[in-house]
Design a protein around this ligand. Structure first.
Ligand code: MN3
Length: 231
């Protein structure tokens, strides 16, 4: 994504959290952009198939980006027109599409080809904090998998870090943002909308989740944690 003024944000996942000048008064509306995938469509095979990746990034994620841009432009117009009932509608559309853009941007980065950055287990400070807050990596994995499997309808399984009390928290998000907590930032997430797995796994969401652990990029997750801690 870019911030107002045309300054390119860093590639960091959490750059999406940076404050932006959205259509305030006469300010320009931010133009969000779809970043390319950090690997080829087939790089996560056999765990996530190329056809799913191509549709997911090129159509679904792209749709959230264009939806966010359209919603923010419409919001600015509604504000200029003094139509605040309509502004509220576009605010909700922006929250949904913005949530989708943010989470997908993280999702691509917390995955990597199996054996080439993907899979295995976390180490270092991330491992320590997982052990501290969940008891062990195995317990964390079970809790996270269960959260993802049990999302009602479309949504995400997420691992958040909450700086206030220095805690990791496993949570679900319905759709793209509902149930999201305040004051805690996602550092790892799995998309469990059917579009994320149905071509290969059909209704077997738990098989998809089990396979997904083979492509988790723990180095990136550790960087996300460090970025949140740093503020
Ligand atoms: Mn998705």
């Amino acid at each position: 994504m870019r911030i107002a003024g045309g300054v390119a944000a860093t590639g960091a996942v959490l750059s999406a959290l940076a404050p932006e000048a959205h259509a305030q008064g006469s300010g320009a509306v931010t133009e969000h952009v779809l970043a390319p995938l950090p690997y080829a469509y087939d790089a996560l095979e056999p765990y996530i198939d190329a056809a799913t990746m191509e549709l997911h990034h090129g159509k679904h994620h792209a749709g959230y980006v264009s939806g966010l841009n359209a919603a923010e432009a419409a919001l600015a117009k509604a504000r200029a027109d003094n139509d605040f009932a309509l502004a509220q509608y576009w605010t909700k559309r922006a929250a949904f599409n913005g949530g989708g853009h943010f989470l997908h941007s993280m999702f691509w980065k917390v995955m990597a080809p199996a054996g080439k950055g993907g899979g295995g287990e976390p180490d270092g400070a991330l491992r320590d904090v997982i052990n501290r807050d969940f008891g062990s990596f195995e317990v964390f994995k079970k809790e996270f998998s269960a959260a993802a499997a049990q999302v009602e309808g479309s949504g995400w399984g997420l691992l958040h870090y909450r700086p206030e009390d220095d805690r990791l928290i496993v949570l679900q998000a319905e759709n793209q943002h509902k149930l999201s907590p305040w004051g805690a930032w996602p550092i790892l997430g799995i998309d469990v909308w059917e579009h994320a797995y149905y071509l290969k796994y059909q209704n077997k969401r738990t098989e998809y989740i089990e396979a997904w652990w083979n492509v988790v990029n723990w180095k990136q997750v550790a960087e996300n944690l460090a970025a949140v801690k740093k503020g």
